[in-house]
Ligand binder design. Structure first.
Ligand SMILES: *Cc1c(COP(=O)(O)O)cnc(C)c1O
Length: 241
């Protein structure tokens, strides 16, 4: 049995190795621990081992954990799909939102972001493999959406997020991440100051880091399999670097 502290350390070591292999700066990549479907006690354990950024997909589950963990200085990231009727609580209770893909959602988050908090840090989710999910803006609509979101004063547009269709072959994994990076560079050329690429999960984060990820969102490799969700990849291959 390995502990969460040991797995966190192993994941961090693999991130450093992947940065090095890709010729990127040490610590260019930040680890977001994805704790959906995991109990608050495990987040506390990860926090004790030094982890500060946690990602949650389901609002009510996240709010319950936040209420249990108020004594910890966690930076909370909302990474799930965002329904309109959830925008107020998301804007009030998270530092980052990764899956914004419509202006209407961005506007609602902007309106609901409390004045006493810093602007909500936002990534636009891009749909780079249409078979994988219906979430995310298509590349064609990205430029317009990004320029509109950049004007909202209570949001801070940081970059792009993507969840490519799972591919077990490491070489095939690179292609969608490379595309996301190219889209980011285009937006930067348009004048937007974007510093974030949120991409890479337990099964594909070495490819994502090679293609420029700055935040990797990793659950299974830290916390083990989520028993309550059967739609996930069963075997992460994150040990292949
Ligand atoms: C669940 C999830 C992850 C983490 O996936 P793992 O394969 O467990 O690492 C990352 N990003 C999003 C958006 C997720 O929903």
């Amino acid at each position: 049995m390995t502990t969460i502290a040991e797995r966190l350390q192993a994941v961090q070591a693999y991130i450093r190795a992947a940065e090095h292999k890709a010729g990127r700066q040490t610590n260019a990549v930040t680890l977001l621990a994805v704790s959906k479907a995991q109990p608050a006690a495990l987040l506390r354990e990860a926090y004790a081992a030094g982890q500060r950024l946690f990602g949650e997909n389901y609002l009510q589950e996240a709010l319950n954990k936040q209420a249990t963990l108020t004594d910890l200085a966690i930076e909370w990231h909302f990474i799930g799909p965002i329904q309109s009727n959830k925008t107020q609580l998301i804007a009030q209770n998270f530092a980052w939102v990764h899956g914004v893909d419509r202006l209407k959602i961005a506007e609602r988050l902007n309106t609901a972001r409390p004045e006493h908090l810093p602007p909500l840090q936002v990534c636009i989710q891009v749909n780079v493999s249409q078979e994988a999910s219906k979430s995310g803006v298509l590349a064609e609509g990205l430029g317009l959406l990004a320029s509109q979101i950049a004007l909202l004063p209570r949001l801070k547009l940081r970059g792009l997020m993507a969840i490519p269709a799972p591919r077990s072959n490491n070489i095939q994994q690179h292609e969608p991440f490379k595309l996301v990076h190219e889209l980011q560079l285009k937006l930067i050329q348009q004048g937007l100051a974007l510093d974030t690429l949120s991409m890479g999960m337990s099964g594909d984060f070495s490819a994502a880091i090679a293609e420029g990820a700055t935040i990797v969102r990793i659950g299974t490799a830290i916390f083990g399999a989520r028993t309550s969700n059967t739609s996930e990849l069963t075997q992460p291959n994150w040990t292949e670097i």
